[in-house]
Ligand binder design. Structure first.
Ligand SMILES: Cc1cc2nc3c(=O)[nH]c(=O)nc-3n(C[C@H](O)[C@H](O)[C@H](O)COP(=O)(O)OP(=O)(O)OC[C@H]3O[C@@H](n4cnc5c(N)ncnc54)[C@H](O)[C@@H]3O)c2cc1C
Length: 233
């Protein structure tokens, strides 16, 4: 984590809802049109405050940005919990043109360099910043990439990720739905790349803790692990 990772904290902008998609169950994709000139690095997250919406309780949430600026829009992906919060109820019912105030994006879940292998480990909705990192890698790629994506119910952004992987022989993709296979793939990646790779871990605090413990047991140093905790799951 560097001081420059927080530079974006001082950025404030307004974005407009373009559309909201519900591809499966509790999963939603929100597409936003941002102010001209707003930019961000793949993997960063923003603070999203809904304007003129009936939200009780906390009026903002942190969400990773799932798209890159070159796509021309900002994507966020969310999963509703069993008890849907007032914030998320309001968010999924917003209409085209409704406004959202964004602080950032900023953060440290970003690519460290252009050549080190990367192992991208996503649990469930934790895939959002991983999609952005893969979109960035897709532009020009000189490294080995392992994607270990596990979800017990639905793989959000599955098609986007598969499309990127199919075009690049340096990317290996494992779409999984259980803990045992996920741990096996993580162990295989750790023994293949050791401390030459960076390990990006995105998911609930529980997932992050358990993956870090596993990597540590495989002698991976903590300065090769990068994580964005999804507080709230
Ligand atoms: C860097 C970062 C990136 C993130 N990116 C994403 C993302 O891409 N997509 C995404 O969906 N989320 C993301 N999150 C998490 C997001 O900010 C929210 O915390 C999460 O989505 C839950 O929001 P919520 O409105 O459903 O729950 P909240 O209402 O915020 O509840 C959060 C927690 O409080 C508990 N809680 C709430 N109400 C009660 C109650 N009455 N009694 C007891 N416990 C209660 C819940 O069990 C839950 O654990 C990210 C978080 C961070 C820090």
């Amino acid at each position: 984590m560097k001081l420059s990772d927080f530079k974006g904290l001082f950025k404030r902008s307004i974005a407009y809802i373009e559309n909201i998609e519900n591809p499966f169950g509790n999963y939603y994709i929100i597409k936003l049109k941002t102010d001209k000139g707003l930019t961000w690095r793949a993997g960063e997250h923003g603070i999203f405050k809904l304007i003129d919406q009936p939200v009780t309780g906390k009026k903002w949430r942190a969400f990773s940005v799932a798209s890159i600026p070159e796509e021309g829009y900002m994507l966020i992906g969310i999963k509703l919990r069993d008890t849907v919060s007032s914030y998320k109820k309001a968010l999924i019912n917003m209409k085209t043109g409704d406004k959202v105030r964004i602080t950032g994006p900023f953060g440290w879940f970003t690519l460290q360099n252009e050549t080190s292998p990367i192992v991208l480990i996503a649990g469930g909705i934790g895939v959002t910043p991983i999609r952005a990192l893969l979109k960035d890698v897709e532009k020009e790629n000189a490294r080995e990439v392992e994607v270990i994506y596990t979800s017990s119910d639905f793989h959000l952004f599955e098609n986007d990720i598969k499309t990127i992987q199919e075009k690049d022989a340096k990317i290996n993709l494992y779409m999984l739905n259980n803990k045992e296979e996920t741990q096996q793939e993580i162990q295989k990646a750790a023994s293949k790349y050791g401390n030459n790779a960076y390990y990006y871990i995105s998911g609930s605090q529980k997932v992050i803790k358990s993956v870090k413990r596993l990597l540590k047991s495989q002698s991976i140093k903590s300065n090769r692990m990068i994580n964005d905790p999804f507080f709230g799951y």
